[in-house]
Design a protein around this ligand. Structure first.
Ligand SMILES: Cc1cc2nc3c(=O)[nH]c(=O)nc-3n(C[C@H](O)[C@H](O)[C@H](O)COP(=O)(O)O)c2cc1C
Length: 335
């Protein structure tokens, strides 16, 4: 059965790219889209930043036709500011708006935004209601299990936010206190799915990094779709591999070295086009090691790539990588 958010038809069991600050920008989203992701989100955007018209926040509103369906994610601590930010973001023309109630980092949570709202559900409900009323677009929410082990209140969150009109909920199977440590626990996510009151799609998130896990957890936790973050970094093929397995029951061979180089190159070119050469070259540096994970003795190439400032030379190094590793077998799913 197709999963729907408002009028957006995501097909059966959609695979979503997680919003990731400094990662899920347009260049990275381009390569994920090429790999068949079903829906994507922007990096989170500060409501305060949007209202102040800060350049960094405004740049994050950049979305492209080929990216659809795409959601803009916002966060904040002030209800009025979230309302205003929603109006601004809606004008950028996304397919939906998403609210971040999951971010655990101090700079966000200690200012009363992100996961901090898990400590004040009444305020979270009011804030969400303000966002729902401020846009004609569907509103979705991304959150965690709760603030800490003693306050896993996501069941209440799911019911109350559905009641005031959110149209899908993504749950990261960790508490705020866990940050990114330990293992994600999806059992509570299944409880929410099984709650007969809950009608909106529930997406599971946290630690999916292989075809097997996606297939097992789909059955075990009964969710409507899966959101993937870290495992897609340097490995956007994870989306096509999981989709292929769901469609055929067969495991697709991992990318060849030529594909790795080609997708890395695309990511690089898109970074330069969107960010300009200086920032594009600089910010691409964090991605090389991920694209070539598992290749023996890759370090010298990485060292060259992360120091190089000339676009043509970077392309030449990538040519060399393709040549040097041409006889290496595809490393396979999530090497
Ligand atoms: C570098 C990084 C940046 C992130 N930024 C955001 C963000 O902007 N908004 C958000 O809702 N979650 C953010 N997250 C959390 C992810 O969306 C996701 O919930 C988390 O990584 C767990 O999923 P995974 O195990 O598939 O990575 C971020 C995570 C990482 C690693």
């Amino acid at each position: 059965m197709s999963v729907k958010i408002g009028n957006i038809d995501l097909g059966e069991f959609p695979l979503l790219l997680a919003p990731m600050e400094d990662v899920s920008d347009p260049p990275f989203r381009f390569v994920c889209k090429q790999s068949g992701v079903d829906m994507m989100y922007t990096e989170f955007i500060s409501s305060e930043g949007l209202i102040r018209d800060a350049a960094k926040s405004r740049a994050k509103l950049d979305i492209f036709e080929y990216e659809r369906p795409i959601g803009i994610q916002i966060f904040g601590s002030e209800i009025d500011h979230m309302r205003e930010a929603t109006e601004i973001a809606t004008l950028a023309g996304p397919d939906l708006m998403d609210i971040n109630y999951g971010c655990p980092v101090k700079q966000v949570a200690c200012k009363g935004a992100g996961s901090a709202l898990l400590q004040d559900i009444d305020k979270m409900v009011k804030m969400t209601e303000a966002v729902v009323k401020a846009t004609h677009l569907p509103v979705t929410v991304k959150t965690r299990l709760g603030w800490d082990d003693n306050t896993k209140n996501v069941e209440e969150v799911a019911e109350r936010l559905q009641d005031i009109g959110i149209q899908a909920l993504t749950i990261h199977g960790r508490t705020r206190a866990q940050l990114y440590k330990g293992e994600a626990d999806w059992t509570l996510i299944r409880e929410i799915k099984r709650n007969p009151r809950i009608k909106i799609p529930i997406f599971g998130n946290g630690d999916v990094d292989s075809i097997q896990k996606a297939a097992d957890w789909r059955l075990e936790y009964e969710i409507d779709g899966i959101m993937i973050g870290r495992a897609a970094i340097g490995y956007p093929w994870i989306f096509r591999e999981i989709r292929h397995f769901f469609n055929t029951g067969k495991t697709l061979a991992g990318p060849t070295i030529q594909e790795r180089v080609s997708v890395c190159r695309t990511h690089f070119e898109k970074s330069i086009a969107w960010k300009g050469p200086r920032v594009g070259i600089f910010e691409m540096r964090r991605h090389y090691a991920n694209y070539f994970k598992g290749l023996p003795d890759f370090k010298p190439y990485r060292m060259l790539l992360v120091k190089e400032e000339n676009i043509d030379t970077i392309h030449s190094i990538l040519d060399e990588v393709a040549h040097k590793y041409r006889n290496i077998e595809p490393v396979g799913e999530m090497a």
